[in-house]
Design a protein around this ligand. Structure first.
Ligand code: PLP
Length: 296
């Protein structure tokens, strides 16, 4: 296991002598040493946002869509707009520092931005690059259970303060849902709305093949806009296939011709069973699509 690379956001410091302040930058930090205050709102309230970016053959996948989503999440949480040039440079620097690991294995780069210390003016941010991540098992197939999300499908419209569709640090319930899946003998989860629509996984986008078309839930239903699913749809359309965003009922999910959970790192993981019932497979298609997704 290679030691992860940590870069911490150093804020610009105002000067008193009229000289220009030093620009904000990411500086290399010791992962073993304390870096975040116990007063940080990211720690005490889960008040912040994050992104996880897959890196294949040293290339950060969907870097711009991830940065744009970071900015969108920041806007939804009324956080200061992140300086995307700075965050982009941080991502690229972390991959550079991963050195040989970047060529030898897949990496996962995590960006975290919190509201900072209670009462303070500065946000807290860091970039963490994990090496030696493996998604081989997931890409071979996952078992999934449906779990009630407890919200209607119009929650994003009726209750925007619930922050549906933002990638917040408050993932305790996403983790709880994954533990529930494990208790039920499954690998992962598809959240469904109280009015019977498919939402998303705790850390993935649902893609269903229905009547020859690849479909996914639109973000208007309060799901995160997936960068991996978007890349998959572009690939499908570039090859003359059909892909669309529309609400999917749970009944349609159960009758789908194939299902995948898409996420950075994992790419597209084929669902082999849903609530204990085997799901139809297209292994040749999945293998070829996974290869193209890895090569992008
Ligand atoms: N939906 C949720 C709730 C997620 O947390 C994630 C990723 O972590 C996704 C969807 C998939 O997004 P992406 O493909 O950009 O990783």
């Amino acid at each position: 296991m290679t030691v992860p690379v940590l870069l911490v956001l150093a804020q610009s410091t105002p000067t008193t002598d009229g000289s220009a302040p030093s620009p904000a930058t990411f500086v290399e930090a010791d992962l073993a040493a304390p870096q975040v205050s116990v007063l940080d709102l990211g720690v005490t309230r889960g008040d912040g946002i994050f992104e996880s970016i897959g890196v294949v053959d040293g290339r950060a996948q969907a870097l711009e869509p991830h940065l744009n989503r970071l900015a969108k999440s920041a806007g939804m949480l009324d956080l200061p707009a992140p300086d995307l040039d700075l965050w982009r440079a941080g991502v690229l620097r972390s991959i550079e520092l991963a050195g040989d690991s970047a060529a030898a294995s897949e990496l996962l780069v995590k960006l975290v931005l919190t509201r900072g210390i209670e009462g303070g003016d500065d946000v807290t941010g860091w970039v963490l690059c994990f090496a030696d991540v493996s998604h081989v098992d997931a890409r071979e197939g996952i078992s999934v259970v449906t779990l009630d999300r407890g919200y209607r499908s119009d929650v994003a419209e009726t209750s925007p303060w619930l922050l549906q569709g933002a990638k917040t640090l408050s993932y305790a319930l996403n983790k709880a849902a994954l533990r529930e899946a494990e208790r039920r003998g499954a690998d992962d989860v598809v959240f469904v709305s109280t009015d019977g629509f498919v939402l998303e996984g705790p850390n993935s986008t649902v893609i269903a093949l229905i009547d020859g078309e690849y479909v996914t839930t639109p973000s208007s239903l309060g799901v995160l806009e997936g960068t991996t699913q978007a890349a998959f749809f572009s690939d499908v359309e570039a090859r003359g296939g059909r892909a669309s965003y529309r609400p999917i009922t749970v009944d349609e999910l159960r009758a789908a011709d194939a299902l995948w959970l898409a996420s950075s790192g994992r790419q597209i993981a084929p669902v082999v069973s849903l609530d204990g019932v085997p799901v139809a497979q297209d292994p040749a298609f999945t293998a070829a699509a996974e290869e193209r997704m890895l090569a992008r």
